[in-house]
Design a protein around this ligand. Structure first.
Ligand code: CUA
Length: 375
């Protein structure tokens, strides 16, 4: 029976007027489409896909996502349903090889509709996203405080500076922020393109050599989150992760003051040449925790409790520092790829500390590490 129908159709097809096989199943298709749409939207909205919202910006960003889900799932389902239906209904049966249906020429009305609907939708969604971004990036009202933080990306670590801190600029390998204060990040890169991202804040932007990019967040939750590099930047990209800690304003002020006191004790990295003994170690400690502007802070990648750093891209120095001679320490800093600690990869640590640190700075760093290991 089936074969008879088929041969009839094939015969008609050859005459160029192949009839459609049965009626189009509009009703079952609509039911399937509605069910699939409901499931898709429910999965998008009910499942908690995102990390915690740790900045005031996060809620608006998540709302943009939800609106996009609600508007795009129905169209995705519509297109997918029609494509799958056509594949199933109009597939080539045995004996139909090389046959083709009648040619369909353009339909102006249809083309206008399927161009206009996506265009209107796209313009509406883009405008909505643009307005949201403009709102959440708005500068705080006059008189409201704003904290400026300079972020520098370098293979393969971030360093941070607080240029407007009362009592003098502060550099740090760790990002500490006060809660409920608008923070403006000014972001730079020294070598290749990186991307400064804190998923819990929902904001990210490229760090591009030669220009300064920026975004604002207002941290709204106490805690520690990851600073992530979101742009493939070399062999150490996956390890370019640090920590941001959001604390109360009082603790933030106390931390800044402590940093400033430490910095002053070691004032003038350039004076490292004349310094000796305790001064030298203090300069080394500052270099370790802050870098010197050209050399990345060691603490961005290495945890060392004496320096208060917790970087994890490189070996934890609290565990491995004991028993090194000054010569071995110097070699490990200027020629890091000569011997790689177990579990770590060659090429992660910058191999240019011999150039980015002056000789006295290098000596101060080695003195500090030696004295710390002996503590
Ligand atoms: Cu820096 Cu990826």
């Amino acid at each position: 029976m089936a074969e008879e129908t088929m041969s009839e159709e094939v015969a008609d097809g050859q005459s160029g007027n192949r009839p459609r096989r049965g009626r189009v199943h509009v009703f079952p298709l609509m039911v399937i489409g509605l069910v699939a749409t409901a499931i898709g939207i429910a999965l998008g909205l009910l499942i908690d896909w995102f990390p915690v919202q740790a900045a005031t910006q996060a809620e608006d960003v998540d709302t943009v996502y939800h609106v996009l889900i609600i508007t795009s799932v129905p169209f995705f389902v519509l297109v997918t349903t029609i494509v799958l239906y056509c594949v199933w209904q109009f597939r080539e049966r045995p004996g139909e090889e090389g046959l083709d249906g009648p040619n369909v020429h353009g339909s102006t009305g249809l083309e206008i509709v399927w161009t206009a609907i996506p265009a209107i939708l796209l313009i509406a969604l883009c405008s909505y996203a643009y307005v949201t971004l403009r709102d959440i990036e708005e500068a705080p009202a006059a008189g409201e405080p704003e904290l400026i933080v300079e972020v520098t990306g370098q293979q393969f670590a971030w360093t941070f500076a607080y240029p407007e801190a009362e009592g003098g600029a502060v550099k740090s390998a760790e990002l500490i922020l006060p809660k409920d204060v608008s923070v403006k990040f000014n972001i730079k890169a020294l070598d290749v393109i990186h991307d400064f991202w804190v998923p819990e804040f929902r904001m990210k932007i490229d760090a591009v050599p030669g220009i300064t990019t920026s975004f604002r967040v207002t941290p709204s939750k106490l805690g520690s989150w990851s600073v992530v590099c979101a742009e493939l930047c070399g062999v150490g990209h996956a390890l370019m992760r640090q920590k941001v800690t959001v604390v109360s304003q009082e603790r933030f002020d106390a931390w800044l003051a402590r940093k400033q006191a430490g910095g002053k004790a070691a004032a003038g990295g350039g004076a490292a040449g004349e310094a000796d003994g305790g001064d030298k170690a203090a300069i080394g400690k500052t270099l370790f925790a802050e870098g010197n502007g050209e050399a990345t802070a060691c603490g961005a990648c290495h945890a060392l409790s004496d320096a208060g750093t917790s970087g994890a891209a490189g070996p934890n120095l609290d565990d491995v520092l004991q028993g090194w001679t000054p010569a071995q320490l110097t070699e490990a800093i200027v020629d890091p790829n000569k011997a790689i600690a177990e579990g770590f990869t060659e090429g992660i640590m910058p191999a240019n500390y011999g150039e980015t640190l002056t000789k006295p700075e290098l000596a101060a760093l080695v003195t500090y590490l030696e004295e710390t290991a002996a503590k």
